[in-house]
Design a protein around this ligand. Structure first.
Ligand SMILES: *Cc1c(COP(=O)(O)O)cnc(C)c1O
Length: 503
């Protein structure tokens, strides 16, 4: 499989080149040159396989033998899931009320980012060793991406592979901060910046486009194609588990049911993966984007207004605080049946004007696959309480945004819905004590802590936090001026990190 850019068809690179560079050189995002179809026979074949085995089969279609042979690919997929609670069943699908919930958070850092990140970083490490080439990963995170990436880099422990992680100062939870600052590894450096959730994105994009001579720098946020590719797998997996639970047989004389997926949505990597699955003919009805009051995705899907808001609003579901979600570009690409020229035109407009109004005919087409809902903090908190009372099930603030969207859109009413629905639960509540306490009070949290808190998560509290770099916002300086300074510090840090790790 070759990879091309959303913005120009003439670009054609290998999987290795695509995953090792993050963004495409023309500023677009990498996408596979074609999407193989998921046939009935595939689903039949996969239904009894373990999660790592489905992953191997699925990725095989996107990575050529010459790049990673069968044995190595299988080995990577086995290792990548070793830190999960139950590797063969890495994503338990449970029933809560009338809906299915795919628990995507049973990985080593208690969040769905582990699913994409572990495999991706194992593959990157594989390529580093194959080329005997050092590589530095650069990440900006609104919370969960950083810990997942750091954990994966520590797990592969390859002296050729180092990582620099950025997060917005005081805008991630205590647990997430501890996950980062207790990493204590010579392969890892952590920095906090005084700004909004995606304020480092522009700096990182610039750095990735212009690394020093001889260095390989790679971005592992979800603009990297490996993330959405990996994240398609949990849709297939969840689909298979639901069919199994419903005792729906696979046979050519049965048409397979359509399933709706509801998920908390930030940078749109996860929902773009769902759309890719739908393009590959997995029977998905609607993909429901559940967002908080940083609502660009909801404005885009409901009225075609994809425009950057004036400022990031603080919320209790910080991992989905976003002003410009990068993967909207991949959505547009598939929406327009892979029209590179139109996507390029639109994205240039977004970059120069800070937004785009989607023409009516395209909005209509978008709405054939997508629905959206906007959820306030109050509604989110009420939802945590309600689901706990009604179903004795603890959900995190992001999953609660999805549950609340399900209610707003009446997915949870049994009478009106014979439809099959899956909520993607993206994180464990254990990461969000502050938000949980707002929702259920200190006593409620204590109750959760005693009944449901994962024992593996206790470790995070026991290690000592290491000092970290803070990128200050200078008084009176513009964001652009701060960016210049932050970029300088980041470049120095990466240089030191690459030298230190190989000592
Ligand atoms: C990252 C994240 C999301 C959003 O996923 P995107 O792919 O960025 O849309 C949702 N919930 C949690 C807990 C996350 O960490």
């Amino acid at each position: 499989m070759r990879y091309t850019s959303t913005r120009s068809r003439s670009l054609s690179v290998s999987f290795e080149q695509a995953i090792c560079s993050g963004y495409a050189p023309d500023g677009g995002l990498f996408v596979p040159e074609s999407l193989p179809e998921i046939a009935l026979s595939d689903l039949q074949e996969w239904k009894n396989l373990s999660y790592p085995d489905i992953t191997t089969k699925f990725l095989r279609r996107f990575i050529d033998q010459e790049e990673v042979c069968d044995a190595d690919l299988h080995n990577i997929c086995i290792k990548a899931f070793q830190g999960f609670e139950n590797p063969p069943n890495a994503v338990p699908v449970v029933k809560v009320g009338h809906m299915y919930v795919a628990e995507l958070f049973r990985g080593p850092t208690f969040c769905f980012k582990d699913l994409g990140m572990q495999v991706m970083i194992h593959i990157l490490s594989y390529f580093c060793s194959k080329r005997n080439q050092k590589m530095s990963l650069i990440v900006s995170t609104t919370g969960d991406t950083g810990p997942a990436a750091v954990q994966a880099v520590k797990d592969v422990a390859n002296p050729l592979l180092t990582i620099l992680v950025h997060y917005p100062h005081e805008q991630i939870s205590e647990f997430q901060r501890k996950q980062l600052t207790t990493a204590n590894s010579q392969y890892v450096s952590v920095a906090a910046f005084e700004g909004g959730g995606d304020d480092m994105d522009a700096v990182i994009k610039r750095m990735l486009a212009n690394p020093p001579q001889g260095s390989v720098w790679t971005g592992v946020n979800s603009y990297n194609i490996c993330r959405p590719l990996m994240q398609t797998i949990h849709y297939v997996w969840t689909y298979l588990r639901i069919l199994d639970d419903q005792k729906i047989p696979f046979s050519s004389d049965h048409s397979l049911p359509l399933i709706d997926f509801i998920l908390p949505t930030g940078a749109m990597g996860n929902i773009a993966a769902g759309f890719i699955c739908q393009q590959m003919r997995l029977p998905i009805n609607k993909l429901v984007a559940a967002v908080n009051v940083n609502d660009i995705v909801h404005r885009a899907m409901s009225v075609g207004d994809f425009s950057k808001s004036d400022a990031m609003i603080k919320t209790l579901s910080e991992a989905i605080n976003i002003q410009i979600p990068y993967n909207f570009e991949r959505l547009l690409f598939y929406l327009t049946d892979q029209n590179h020229k139109l996507v390029k035109e639109w994205m240039s407009h977004v970059e120069s004007e800070g937004g785009l109004t989607l023409p009516a005919e395209w909005l209509e087409k978008l709405q054939e696959s997508f629905v959206s809902a906007r959820v306030t903090d109050d509604e989110m908190c009420e939802t945590i309480r309600r689901v706990r009372t009604e179903s004795s099930y603890w959900i995190d603030p992001h999953t609660a945004v999805a549950f609340c969207a399900a209610r707003q859109l009446r997915y949870d009413e049994s009478k009106t819905s014979n439809r099959l629905t899956a909520i993607l639960a993206t994180a464990s509540p254990c990461k969000f004590r502050e938000a949980l306490q707002v929702a259920v009070g200190t006593a409620g949290w204590d109750d959760y802590f005693e009944s449901d808190f994962p024992s593996a998560a206790l470790q995070v509290y026991q290690l000592e936090e290491q000092p970290l770099t803070i990128y200050k916002a200078k008084d009176g300086a513009s964001l652009e001026e701060n960016h210049v300074e932050w970029e300088r510090i980041a470049r120095d840090t990466l240089k030191d990190l690459a030298e230190l790790s190989s000592d």
